[in-house]
Design a protein around this ligand. Sequence first.
Ligand code: HEM
Length: 500
Amino acid sequence: MIEMMIWLASQVAVCFALVIISKVLYNIYLHPLRTYPGPKLWAATRLTWTHAIQSGQYHLKLHELHTRYGPVVRIAPDELSYITPEALKDIYGNRNIPKNDIWAGQEEKKHPISIVSTHEETHLRNRRALTGAFTEHAISEHVSALEDLVGLMITRFRENIASAEGKAVVDLVDWTNFLTFDISGLLSYGASFSSVSQGRAHPWVEISCSFGKGIALMASINFFAPLNRALKYAMPKAVMEKMEYHKQIAHERFLQRLAMGDRRGSQDYVGSIMAYNAEKGEVKIPEEEIEANMTLLIFAGSETTSTALAAVLTQLLQAPAALEKLEEEVRGAFESEEDINVGSVARLEYLGAVIQEGIRMGPPASIGMPRVTQKEEIVARQPVPRGTFISVNQYPAFRSQSNFTQPDSFIPERFLSDSPFDSDRLEAFEPFLMGRHKCIGQKLALTIMRLTLTRLVYAFDIRVVQAVPDFGKQNTYIFWEKKPLRVELKLKGGSSGVRT
Ligand code: HEM
């Protein structure tokens, strides 16, 4: 009997192995994507892709693959990665190519939906409801809150300098995170997290920032159903507790914001949705969806903007000529600190180029969330069969020599009208994406960045305490795992004392 069972088990194992081998051979030699360039190991199964995502080096591996194989690479049996401006238009400008729902997978089925829903109609309804919070007019309403919070950070730095006898050491990655989460808290829940005033992250913010690896794990494990169902049983108790705490605080804060009512005249995120519901005369966005949008917006708005600031500062502070040029522009443009505001920083041309170049070298959305073809489509003049995952990946696109001259050097001048690099393909640079899912917060993010950088450069002489590597060399788990950026701050020109 036992022998019989062993024999049966071995037969099952052999059959299983045969199925896998056949699938691998099919993927490599017969699959409709077989003619696309790329390494066989990536084309054979999803495992190599999964390993790359889990290693934190996915963006670097994609860069290596594009350097070796060209502008389009097959990176999984059913997935293609692109880096050209043509592909950007063909993929994101095509209404018939939706977002993939595997990355969000189970989550989207379980949780209330929001603006990032993969369901196009739900997305559109939520996007319309939120648009009011991101117009020029809405941003102008938030101006004094933004200026106050940035001003508070500068004041804290001055206090640090005064108490440390003329020079203070701070971690700018931490502080830009405090700042952007405080701004997001204010616009989502009507109250900041008080991180800037206290000089430390709120525990809720710390937990939010630690979710990256979990999201990357879910995105990859969802390709291996039904293994994904087992994930929640394998989740350590401490992680479950943290997630529960996170959910509970978000809910409490949301209720506090609701209790403030529609705050007439205020176009914060909740206010914008309430105004939309009122205008339509029916509840287009129910309360649970408003709440889901708030949890999403807090993170989407702050993690991205603080990463962009960290990328700009990391590269700028280690490029003396560019830093000097920016100091000249900023310090020459204003008589006093009081003249620096959201309106006046908008005209600084070199600052705009510095921000673009920093984002090019460290794009917050370093890898693209793939879209999926529903029928055969033409992308970059080649046919792509139905059911293919396709995306333009920003890190390899922005670091490719086929798009940018000296792609690993920080040269803001490339974004000026008299750029020294005629052959740069600036059309490949869409860090906020294009099409119907284009970032809704682009203007807000750029406003925050302009104001923060100008205030910092105007007030302080800044230098990195210890050389840090190129921003791109850090790990990404969908989001960047940012290392500290410790800098020494001295009051500009060596003056001393605390000004508020
Ligand atoms: C430098 C900062 C930022 C960058 C680089 C950035 C980048 C992006 C990108 C690439 C997308 C498209 C994702 C996709 O569909 O695959 C996106 C979408 C989105 N972003 Fe941003 N973002 C930034 C800041 C912000 C801010 C400040 C907010 C809000 C406060 C925001 C809210 C959103 C939302 C809600 C979406 C989804 C839009 C839709 O699907 O209609 N982002 N962002």
